[in-house]
Ligand binder design. Structure first.
Ligand code: 6PG
Length: 252
Protein backbone atom coordinates (compact mmCIF):
# COMPACT_ATOMS: atom_id res chain seq x y z
CA UNK A 1 0.00 0.00 0.00
CA UNK A 2 1.57 3.33 -0.97
CA UNK A 3 2.12 6.17 1.45
CA UNK A 4 0.94 9.65 0.38
CA UNK A 5 2.36 12.79 1.96
CA UNK A 6 0.97 16.24 1.21
CA UNK A 7 3.25 19.23 1.73
CA UNK A 8 1.78 22.71 1.35
CA UNK A 9 4.48 25.35 1.01
CA UNK A 10 4.21 29.13 1.39
CA UNK A 11 5.45 29.72 -2.15
CA UNK A 12 7.33 28.17 -5.07
CA UNK A 13 10.73 29.07 -3.62
CA UNK A 14 10.14 27.23 -0.35
CA UNK A 15 8.62 24.37 -2.32
CA UNK A 16 11.70 24.06 -4.54
CA UNK A 17 13.98 24.16 -1.51
CA UNK A 18 12.05 21.37 0.19
CA UNK A 19 11.98 19.21 -2.95
CA UNK A 20 15.70 19.75 -3.57
CA UNK A 21 16.44 18.69 0.00
CA UNK A 22 14.26 15.59 -0.41
CA UNK A 23 16.00 14.70 -3.67
CA UNK A 24 19.39 14.99 -1.94
CA UNK A 25 18.17 12.63 0.79
CA UNK A 26 16.63 10.16 -1.69
CA UNK A 27 19.81 10.13 -3.77
CA UNK A 28 21.96 9.32 -0.72
CA UNK A 29 19.56 6.52 0.28
CA UNK A 30 19.54 5.05 -3.24
CA UNK A 31 23.31 5.21 -3.64
CA UNK A 32 23.72 3.59 -0.25
CA UNK A 33 21.20 0.91 -1.26
CA UNK A 34 22.40 -0.03 -4.74
CA UNK A 35 25.23 2.27 -5.71
CA UNK A 36 23.26 4.52 -8.06
CA UNK A 37 20.32 6.95 -8.12
CA UNK A 38 17.90 6.36 -10.99
CA UNK A 39 15.64 9.38 -11.48
CA UNK A 40 13.14 10.44 -14.15
CA UNK A 41 12.84 14.20 -14.57
CA UNK A 42 9.56 15.96 -15.23
CA UNK A 43 9.02 18.36 -18.07
CA UNK A 44 6.91 21.46 -18.44
CA UNK A 45 7.72 24.78 -16.78
CA UNK A 46 7.31 24.09 -13.06
CA UNK A 47 10.54 22.16 -12.44
CA UNK A 48 12.91 24.57 -14.22
CA UNK A 49 13.65 26.56 -11.04
CA UNK A 50 14.16 23.33 -9.08
CA UNK A 51 16.70 22.13 -11.64
CA UNK A 52 18.52 25.46 -11.44
CA UNK A 53 18.57 25.15 -7.63
CA UNK A 54 19.97 21.61 -7.87
CA UNK A 55 22.79 22.89 -10.09
CA UNK A 56 23.69 25.62 -7.57
CA UNK A 57 26.66 25.32 -5.18
CA UNK A 58 24.27 24.51 -2.33
CA UNK A 59 23.58 21.11 -3.97
CA UNK A 60 26.52 20.34 -6.21
CA UNK A 61 28.36 19.06 -3.12
CA UNK A 62 25.27 17.44 -1.56
CA UNK A 63 24.51 15.02 -4.36
CA UNK A 64 26.94 12.38 -5.63
CA UNK A 65 26.29 13.32 -9.27
CA UNK A 66 28.64 10.70 -10.85
CA UNK A 67 26.30 8.04 -9.40
CA UNK A 68 23.13 9.66 -10.78
CA UNK A 69 21.37 8.22 -13.86
CA UNK A 70 18.99 10.63 -15.55
CA UNK A 71 15.88 9.67 -17.49
CA UNK A 72 12.74 11.58 -18.47
CA UNK A 73 9.12 11.01 -17.56
CA UNK A 74 8.00 12.16 -20.97
CA UNK A 75 9.07 14.11 -24.02
CA UNK A 76 7.59 16.09 -26.82
CA UNK A 77 8.42 14.66 -30.26
CA UNK A 78 10.64 17.55 -31.25
CA UNK A 79 14.44 17.83 -31.66
CA UNK A 80 16.36 18.05 -28.38
CA UNK A 81 17.38 21.63 -29.21
CA UNK A 82 13.76 22.70 -29.81
CA UNK A 83 12.33 25.30 -27.36
CA UNK A 84 9.57 22.81 -26.39
CA UNK A 85 12.00 19.98 -25.61
CA UNK A 86 11.93 18.74 -22.02
CA UNK A 87 15.50 17.54 -22.51
CA UNK A 88 16.60 21.03 -23.56
CA UNK A 89 14.98 22.62 -20.52
CA UNK A 90 16.64 20.14 -18.12
CA UNK A 91 19.98 20.37 -19.92
CA UNK A 92 20.05 24.17 -19.75
CA UNK A 93 18.89 24.30 -16.10
CA UNK A 94 20.79 21.32 -14.65
CA UNK A 95 22.49 18.68 -16.79
CA UNK A 96 25.05 20.98 -18.41
CA UNK A 97 26.14 22.17 -14.95
CA UNK A 98 26.66 18.98 -12.92
CA UNK A 99 29.23 16.16 -13.35
CA UNK A 100 26.92 13.37 -14.52
CA UNK A 101 28.67 11.12 -17.07
CA UNK A 102 27.05 11.65 -20.47
CA UNK A 103 26.42 7.88 -20.79
CA UNK A 104 24.17 8.19 -17.72
CA UNK A 105 21.90 10.81 -19.25
CA UNK A 106 19.14 9.08 -21.21
CA UNK A 107 17.20 11.57 -23.30
CA UNK A 108 14.07 10.12 -24.88
CA UNK A 109 14.92 9.66 -28.58
CA UNK A 110 12.85 11.87 -30.90
CA UNK A 111 14.76 11.40 -34.12
CA UNK A 112 12.82 8.56 -35.72
CA UNK A 113 9.98 9.47 -38.07
CA UNK A 114 7.63 7.17 -36.15
CA UNK A 115 7.04 8.05 -32.49
CA UNK A 116 6.42 4.38 -31.79
CA UNK A 117 9.97 3.52 -32.84
CA UNK A 118 11.34 6.16 -30.46
CA UNK A 119 9.19 4.84 -27.64
CA UNK A 120 10.38 1.29 -28.30
CA UNK A 121 14.02 2.44 -28.22
CA UNK A 122 13.42 4.25 -24.95
CA UNK A 123 11.72 1.21 -23.45
CA UNK A 124 14.77 -0.91 -24.30
CA UNK A 125 16.96 1.60 -22.47
CA UNK A 126 14.67 1.49 -19.44
CA UNK A 127 14.72 -2.29 -19.31
CA UNK A 128 18.49 -2.46 -19.90
CA UNK A 129 19.56 0.27 -17.46
CA UNK A 130 17.12 0.26 -14.56
CA UNK A 131 17.11 -2.23 -11.70
CA UNK A 132 14.24 -4.73 -11.65
CA UNK A 133 14.12 -5.23 -7.90
CA UNK A 134 10.45 -6.06 -7.78
CA UNK A 135 8.36 -9.17 -8.09
CA UNK A 136 7.15 -8.34 -11.59
CA UNK A 137 10.66 -7.70 -12.94
CA UNK A 138 9.52 -4.24 -14.04
CA UNK A 139 12.15 -1.50 -14.50
CA UNK A 140 12.15 0.47 -11.26
CA UNK A 141 13.06 4.11 -10.67
CA UNK A 142 14.24 5.36 -7.32
CA UNK A 143 12.41 8.62 -8.04
CA UNK A 144 10.05 9.99 -10.68
CA UNK A 145 9.35 13.72 -10.64
CA UNK A 146 5.92 14.64 -11.98
CA UNK A 147 3.79 17.68 -12.68
CA UNK A 148 0.03 18.02 -13.02
CA UNK A 149 -1.65 19.54 -16.02
CA UNK A 150 -4.90 21.54 -15.83
CA UNK A 151 -6.78 18.53 -17.26
CA UNK A 152 -5.33 16.15 -14.69
CA UNK A 153 -2.65 14.68 -16.92
CA UNK A 154 0.75 13.79 -15.58
CA UNK A 155 3.80 12.98 -17.68
CA UNK A 156 2.06 12.61 -21.05
CA UNK A 157 -0.80 10.49 -19.72
CA UNK A 158 -3.55 12.69 -21.11
CA UNK A 159 -7.31 12.14 -20.68
CA UNK A 160 -9.01 9.86 -23.21
CA UNK A 161 -5.78 8.53 -24.70
CA UNK A 162 -4.88 4.92 -25.39
CA UNK A 163 -1.71 5.08 -23.29
CA UNK A 164 -3.89 5.07 -20.16
CA UNK A 165 -4.70 1.42 -20.99
CA UNK A 166 -1.06 0.42 -21.65
CA UNK A 167 0.05 -2.16 -19.11
CA UNK A 168 2.62 -4.15 -21.12
CA UNK A 169 5.10 -1.49 -22.22
CA UNK A 170 7.24 0.54 -19.81
CA UNK A 171 7.07 3.53 -22.17
CA UNK A 172 4.85 4.29 -25.14
CA UNK A 173 4.01 6.88 -27.78
CA UNK A 174 0.74 8.77 -27.52
CA UNK A 175 -0.99 11.07 -29.98
CA UNK A 176 -2.65 13.95 -28.12
CA UNK A 177 -5.55 15.29 -30.21
CA UNK A 178 -5.87 18.63 -28.45
CA UNK A 179 -2.19 19.33 -28.93
CA UNK A 180 -2.16 17.82 -32.41
CA UNK A 181 1.14 16.31 -31.38
CA UNK A 182 2.84 13.03 -30.55
CA UNK A 183 4.40 12.53 -27.13
CA UNK A 184 6.44 9.72 -25.58
CA UNK A 185 5.77 8.90 -21.94
CA UNK A 186 6.43 6.48 -19.14
CA UNK A 187 3.33 4.35 -18.70
CA UNK A 188 1.20 3.89 -15.60
CA UNK A 189 2.87 0.60 -14.53
CA UNK A 190 6.31 2.21 -14.68
CA UNK A 191 5.17 5.10 -12.50
CA UNK A 192 3.45 2.65 -10.15
CA UNK A 193 6.62 0.60 -9.73
CA UNK A 194 8.75 3.61 -8.73
CA UNK A 195 10.02 3.64 -5.18
CA UNK A 196 9.09 7.31 -4.89
CA UNK A 197 6.87 9.67 -6.89
CA UNK A 198 7.13 13.39 -6.23
CA UNK A 199 4.50 15.76 -7.65
CA UNK A 200 5.26 19.47 -7.85
CA UNK A 201 2.31 21.80 -8.47
CA UNK A 202 2.30 25.59 -8.11
CA UNK A 203 0.06 28.50 -8.93
CA UNK A 204 -3.57 29.45 -8.48
CA UNK A 205 -4.44 28.19 -11.96
CA UNK A 206 -3.86 24.65 -10.65
CA UNK A 207 -6.01 25.04 -7.50
CA UNK A 208 -9.14 23.42 -8.95
CA UNK A 209 -7.38 20.48 -10.54
CA UNK A 210 -5.41 19.90 -7.32
CA UNK A 211 -8.69 19.76 -5.38
CA UNK A 212 -10.12 17.36 -7.95
CA UNK A 213 -7.01 15.19 -7.80
CA UNK A 214 -6.59 15.16 -4.00
CA UNK A 215 -10.13 15.59 -2.68
CA UNK A 216 -12.32 13.95 -5.36
CA UNK A 217 -16.09 14.25 -5.05
CA UNK A 218 -18.18 11.13 -5.69
CA UNK A 219 -19.29 12.35 -9.10
CA UNK A 220 -15.89 13.66 -10.15
CA UNK A 221 -14.70 12.07 -13.38
CA UNK A 222 -11.54 10.12 -12.71
CA UNK A 223 -8.43 11.95 -13.85
CA UNK A 224 -5.41 10.28 -15.45
CA UNK A 225 -3.38 11.07 -12.33
CA UNK A 226 -6.02 9.28 -10.22
CA UNK A 227 -5.58 6.09 -12.25
CA UNK A 228 -2.18 5.67 -10.62
CA UNK A 229 -2.06 2.84 -8.06
CA UNK A 230 1.48 3.51 -6.79
CA UNK A 231 3.29 0.76 -4.93
CA UNK A 232 5.85 3.10 -3.41
CA UNK A 233 5.76 6.45 -1.64
CA UNK A 234 3.99 9.44 -3.14
CA UNK A 235 4.77 13.02 -2.16
CA UNK A 236 2.71 16.00 -3.23
CA UNK A 237 4.50 19.32 -2.97
CA UNK A 238 2.12 22.18 -3.68
CA UNK A 239 2.32 25.85 -2.89
CA UNK A 240 -0.38 27.72 -1.02
CA UNK A 241 -1.79 29.16 -4.25
CA UNK A 242 -2.31 25.69 -5.74
CA UNK A 243 -3.75 24.49 -2.41
CA UNK A 244 -6.34 27.29 -2.27
CA UNK A 245 -9.28 25.00 -3.09
CA UNK A 246 -8.36 22.29 -0.59
CA UNK A 247 -10.55 22.04 2.49
CA UNK A 248 -7.75 22.12 5.06
CA UNK A 249 -4.30 23.26 4.16
CA UNK A 250 -1.66 23.36 6.90
CA UNK A 251 1.53 24.85 5.46
CA UNK A 252 4.68 22.73 5.80
C1 6PG B 1 5.21 18.04 -20.07
C2 6PG B 1 5.10 17.49 -18.67
C3 6PG B 1 3.70 17.62 -18.18
C4 6PG B 1 3.75 18.74 -17.16
C5 6PG B 1 2.39 19.26 -16.84
C6 6PG B 1 2.51 20.52 -15.97
O1 6PG B 1 5.93 17.49 -20.88
O2 6PG B 1 4.56 19.10 -20.28
O3 6PG B 1 5.63 16.33 -18.47
O4 6PG B 1 3.15 16.48 -17.61
O5 6PG B 1 4.37 18.24 -15.97
O6 6PG B 1 1.73 19.58 -18.05
O7 6PG B 1 3.21 21.48 -16.74
P1 6PG B 1 3.66 22.89 -16.10
O8 6PG B 1 4.70 22.57 -15.06
O9 6PG B 1 4.21 23.67 -17.25
O10 6PG B 1 2.42 23.49 -15.48
Amino acid sequence: MSKRALHVHANADTLNQAVADQIATLSAQAISRHGSFFVALSGGSTPRRLYQLLSSPAYTDHIDWPQVHIFFGDERCVPHDHPDSNFRMADEALLAHVPIPVRQIHAIPTDASAAGDNAASYERVLRDCLPHDNSGGWPQFDLVLLGLGPDGHTASLFPDTAILRERQRAAAAVYVDKLDAWRISLTLPTLEQARQLLFMVTGSDKAEIVRHALQPLPDDAILPVQRLQPGGSVGWHIDRAAAAALADQATS
